[in-house]
Design a protein around this ligand. Structure first.
Ligand code: SF4
Ligand code: MG
Length: 322
């Protein structure tokens, strides 16, 4: 609820006063148990900061995060550590997130030990081997180092580390963006298989609509730190409402008949989150922009069950101006 993560800009980069990068700027959404919520948006829209803020790897500035009925925004360190076993993250670059000096056995064993899962070393070795098999690797990989694996295999290790501690929620932050296209589908399928066999819930972050489409039940579209549209997958692809969603879809190659073509070409760059445009932050690039868009921040309109869009076109108060 109203999640905000703002970073102060270092003084030496400023002319005067205090300024903030509003990386995450007022997010509202929920994830149902057992589903995959996809979060899509261009790079720099705050997706990764959102993922890290939910786990409190970065402290949010404002707002509330509730998980399994508990408010985690106010947990102390000890309770937060316990909670971290329930919520895990898979990073975009598996190589950067795996210690190059540790064997796979040591990396996974450490995760198990930290969360008090396997006590004795024999039990731990067996559990690590089982994890390797679960992610499509071999038990003999246990003594190898991260550099001895391909990119796809390394991401399998990152996934094994996340599932090692029996989490119920996994935040996957662009887990296939660094991989070859031919490997992407294999890793996405692994995510699907594990979701079913382990009863996982995912928040799946991507910049690529086709990836999000493949894995999600519902999708949130992010622009400059805000979710501008939230919808079930089918509704979003058949009838994208927000002009930004429409623009993202028109950028997808049209082999997919489900992806509706509105042919919107975005002009200009994504504005800086340290100085976001007034009113609707998308107004500098929106082909439907009216005067009201420059001054009034759009409300979150509940257009249908489970569908939300933040755009004045769908607000009874302003829709006649469009
Ligand atoms: Fe475009 Fe206005 Fe809607 Fe923003 S509020 S997306 S500028 S039409
Ligand atoms: Mg990112």
């Amino acid at each position: 609820k109203n999640l905000k993560t703002h970073f102060p800009i270092k003084k030496r980069f400023l002319k005067k006063g205090k300024q903030f990068v509003k990386a995450v700027d007022g997010l509202n959404f929920y994830v149902n148990k057992g589903e995959t919520l996809g979060i899509v948006g261009e790079s720099g829209c705050g997706k990764s900061t959102m993922g890290r803020s939910i786990l409190r790897l970065i402290e949010p500035t404002e707002g509330r995060i509730t998980f399994q009925g508990k408010e985690i925004t106010s947990l102390n360190d000890k309770d937060l550590r316990k909670m971290r076993g329930e919520m895990q993250i898979v990073f975009q670059d598996p190589y950067a997130s795996l210690n190059p000096k540790m064997t796979v056995g040591a990396i996974l064993g450490e995760a198990l030990q930290t969360h008090g899962i396997s006590q004795g070393s024999k039990e731990r070795t067996e559990k690590v081997q089982e994890l390797l098999v679960n992610v499509g690797l071999s038990p003999i990989h246990i003594d190898r180092y991260p550099h001895e694996f391909s990119g796809g295999q390394r991401q399998r290790i990152g996934i094994a580390r996340a599932i090692a501690v029996n989490p119920s929620l996994i935040i996957a932050d662009e887990p296939v963006s660094a991989l070859d296209v031919s490997v992407q589908a294999q890793i996405l399928n692994l995510f699907q298989d594990l979701k079913e066999s382990l009863g996982l819930t995912y928040i799946f972050i991507a910049h690529d609509l086709s990836v999000v489409k493949h894995v999600s039940d519902r999708i949130g579209v992010m622009y400059l730190g805000k979710i501008v549209e939230l919808s079930d997958k089918k509704g979003l692809f058949q009838n994208p409402l927000h002009p930004y969603t429409q623009a993202l879809m028109s950028a997808v190659p049209s082999l997919d008949p489900d992806i509706k073509k509105e042919r919107i070409i975005l002009t200009g760059d994504v504005p800086s989150p340290s100085n976001p445009p007034s009113g609707c932050t998308f107004h500098t690039r929106c082909p439907y922009k009216q005067n009201v868009c420059e001054t009034v921040i759009p409300k979150e309109i509940n257009v249908a069950e489970g569908r939300y869009v933040s755009c004045h076109k769908y607000d009874d108060q302003y829709s006649k101006q469009f």
